[in-house]
Design a protein around this ligand. Sequence first.
Ligand SMILES: [Zn+2]
Length: 133
Amino acid sequence: MLHRLRPQQDPLTEFFWHSGADGLLRVQTCSDCGYRTHPAGPVCARCLSSRVGPQPVSGLGAVLSYTVNVQQWTPGQEPYVVAWVGLDEQEDLRLTTNIVDCDPWSVSIGDRVQVAFLERHGYHYPLFRPVTP
Ligand SMILES: [Zn+2]
């Protein structure tokens, strides 16, 4: 799971792919109503304000849904988890990501996870690992 496609160049989402350089996950946040929108867009998804910009979030969340990929897209590739993670800050704030640093067959819906960035070619891809109690 080392291979990563580069994100499409987009000035609205560029911050998201570089945010992890300092270890913080950032999400577009509205200065008028506080609503967070992912992926980022030109206006707030709730109040349509254009006063939006990246703000840090905790990087904590829970697995809402997942699947284990067993298809070997590259020779020798191990099974990996593709997941939908809901962030703690807002009920409908969700990322499609991978769950790493664990047995893929141990993941369950509701598992607590924390962000863990994978750096590749200058981008910081937000992945998640189980929260250790
Ligand atoms: Zn708003």
